[in-house]
Write a protein that binds this ligand. Structure first.
Ligand code: C2E
Ligand code: MG
Ligand code: MG
Ligand code: MG
Length: 283
C-alpha cells in the first residue's frame, strides 16, 4: 500500500512538472507572438536634478498591452524570459524602440537622453556591442552620448572578462553605463572595480527606508562616498515623497527618479510633463 502511495506521489510530481513546463512554454510563445503583434510599448520615467529642477532625461520601461489582461508590468512577464531567446528579442526591440523615440522627439525639438535596461544575458554575448553599433547606425540623428545602458547589479555576471570587454566596446560607441539597483548585489565593490561604469543608481529600497532606518541612511552616504572616490555620477531611485527629496539633497545627492517626481508615462505625455509640470514642482 505504502509502495503504491509513493508511486502515485511521484506520478503527481511528474504531472505537476509537466504542467509547469508546458505553462512556461506557452508563456514564452505568447510573449513572442505579442512582440510580433506590436503589443509591447515603452513608458518613460523622468530623471531630474532635484536642486535646480533641470530635466536630465528618462528611463524607458517596458509594458505589455495584453489583449485580454490589459497593461502588464515587467514583473509579470520578464522573469519567465530569463535566459531564453525571447529575452534577446525583447532586448533588441527595446533598443530600437528607444532610439526611434529619441529620433522622433529630436525632430520635434525635444532632446531627451534615455536609459534602457539591459538583461544580463544580453551583455554576456559578444555580439551585443555589434548589435548596439548597428542600431545606432540605423538612427543617425541620435547622439550615442544621450543613450545610457542600465545593467542590473544583482545579475550574476559569469564571465567577467567577456562582459568587461563587451561593455568597453559599447562605451567606445559613445553610450554610458549605469549599475542599476546598486547596493543590492553581493559583489557591488568587485563590479565597481572591474566594470567600466559611469553611473550608480541607488536602489529604491534604501531610499524608501532612509528616513526611518539609520542603516539605510549610512548605506546611501557610503554609496555617495564611493561614487565620489570612483568619480561616478549617482542617481537615487524610488524618490516617493518631498521628504525623500530634501533628505537626498542634504546628503549631497542631487539627481532623483521616483513616483514623487513623476510616474512612468507614455511617450506622448513626456514633452508636456517637462515643459508644464516639472517647473511647478517644489520639495
Ligand atoms: P528598474 O530598472 O530598477 O526600474 C525601476 C522600477 O521601479 C520601475 O518598475 C519603476 O516603475 C519603479 N519605480 C519608479 N519609481 C518608483 C517609486 O518611487 N516607488 C516605487 N515603489 N517604484 C518605483 P517597472 O517598470 O515595473 O520595472 C521593474 C523592473 O523591470 C525594472 O527595474 C527593470 O529591472 C526591469 N525592466 C523594465 N523594463 C525593462 C526592459 O526594457 N528590459 C529589461 N531587461 N528589464 C526591464
Ligand atoms: Mg533601470
Ligand atoms: Mg533600479
Ligand atoms: Mg529594480
Amino acid at each position: 500500500l505504502a509502495k503504491q502511495a509513493g508511486k502515485d506521489r511521484y506520478q503527481l510530481f511528474d504531472i505537476q512538472l509537466e504542467t509547469e513546463i508546458r505553462r512556461k512554454q506557452q508563456a514564452l510563445k505568447a510573449i513572442s507572438t505579442g512582440l510580433q503583434q506590436g503589443e509591447f510599448e515603452l513608458h518613460y520615467q523622468p530623471k531630474i536634478n532635484m536642486q535646480t529642477l533641470a530635466f536630465e532625461g528618462a528611463e524607458a520601461l517596458i509594458r505589455w498591452q495584453h489583449p485580454q489582461s490589459g497593461l502588464l508590468y515587467p514583473g509579470a512577464f520578464l522573469p519567465v524570459t530569463e535566459g531564453h531567446q525571447v529575452e534577446l528579442e525583447l532586448g533588441e526591440w527595446v533598443l530600437h524602440s528607444a532610439l526611434a523615440q529619441m529620433q522622433q522627439w529630436r525632430l520635434q525639438g525635444f532632446y531627451c537622453p534615455l536609459s534602457i535596461n539591459i538583461a544580463a544575458q544580453q551583455i554576456q554575448r559578444s555580439e551585443f556591442a555589434d548589435q548596439l553599433a548597428a542600431a545606432l547606425q540605423a538612427y543617425p540623428q541620435v547622439n550615442p552620448q544621450q543613450l545610457q545602458l542600465e545593467i542590473l547589479e544583482t545579475s550574476a555576471l559569469e564571465d567577467m572578462e567577456l562582459v568587461t570587454d563587451t561593455l568597453l566596446r559599447c562605451r567606445a560607441l559613445g553610450v554610458s553605463l549605469a549599475l542599476d539597483d546598486f547596493g543590492t548585489g553581493y559583489s557591488s565593490l568587485a563590479y565597481l572595480k572591474r566594470l567600466p561604469i559611469d553611473c550608480l543608481k541607488i536602489d529604491q529600497g534604501f531610499v524608501r527606508e532612509m528616513l526611518a532606518d539609520a542603516d539605510d541612511l549610512s548605506i546611501i552616504q557610503g554609496v555617495l562616498g564611493l561614487a565620489h572616490a570612483f568619480d561616478l555620477h549617482v542617481i537615487a531611485e524610488g524618490v516617493e515623497t518631498p521628504a525623500h527629496c530634501r533628505q537626498l539633497l542634504t546628503l549631497g545627492c542631487r539627481y532623483g527618479q521616483g513616483y514623487g517626481i513623476a510616474r512612468p508615462m507614455p511617450a506622448s505625455a513626456l514633452p508636456d510633463w517637462v515643459s508644464k509640470t516639472l517647473p511647478g514642482l517644489h520639495f
